[in-house]
Design a protein around this ligand. Structure first.
Ligand SMILES: *Cc1c(COP(=O)(O)O)cnc(C)c1O
Length: 201
């Protein structure tokens, strides 16, 4: 998935014309503007939009109305609001639970030991389809630590699938700097920004 935050719709259009279909955004107002603009573009195919930023309760309606995927759900209340606010005319919103695998206080995400329970609850909500987990690991060059954090997320998905939730098939892990390692650890969706678009100012 291409992370297009801070880059204009014109840049996204170039990637779309080259065949890239999935784009990730963090900032809601910026994203909605680009989504609306590109939906009207005659030479831009239908795109898949992923919300990957922190979610405040008062932002859920716009996320439910404009996005195809959300990677950053980390509490039941947010999932319940997305469920209630997903327009019936749209397919289910594809949901990933963000897991705080690094244990750092500054990181959002549910604690790994609470993720399984939260996944069970979210999987029952109408209008949503629980597809797996997302993590942002420690900001470190220590590959052993990164591997441990990625694998803890992978184990959560294995556990969820073993419990019978086989629609859960997605692990969103890896960014420009660590995508190879993330794929080795089972990632099915890397979130690549600067390696595609250049550095953000
Ligand atoms: C910005 C961002 C990315 C992309 O990071 P790069 O290092 O530019 O590839 C991926 N995931 C999330 C959640 C982000 O906020």
């Amino acid at each position: 998935m291409a992370v297009s935050k801070t880059f204009p719709a014109e840049d996204i259009e170039k990637f779309a014309l080259a065949g890239q279909q999935s784009f990730g955004e963090n900032y809601l107002q910026e994203a909605v503007k680009k989504i609306t603009q590109l939906a009207e573009s005659p030479n831009c195919p239908a795109l898949q939009w992923h919300f990957i930023g922190p979610i405040q309760s008062n932002k859920t309606r716009e996320i439910a109305e404009h996005f195809d995927w959300v990677h950053s759900v980390d509490r039941l209340k947010i999932a319940q609001r997305l469920s209630a606010q997903r327009p019936q005319s749209k397919p289910d919103l594809q949901v990933l639970i963000q897991v705080n695998t690094s244990g750092e206080d500054s990181k959002s995400g549910v604690q790994p030991k609470e993720a399984f329970q939260l996944a069970q609850e979210i999987s029952k909500l109408p209008g949503l389809k629980l597809r797996g987990f997302m993590t942002i690991p420690s900001n470190t060059l220590d590959n052993a630590l990164l591997r441990q954090e990625f694998l803890s997320c992978k184990h959560l998905l294995d556990e969820l699938r073993a419990s019978g939730l086989d629609e859960a098939d997605t692990l969103s892990m890896g960014m420009s700097a660590d995508l190879e390692l993330a794929i080795e650890c089972g990632s099915t969706c890397v979130r690549v920004g600067s390696a595609l678009f250049g550095s953000r100012t």
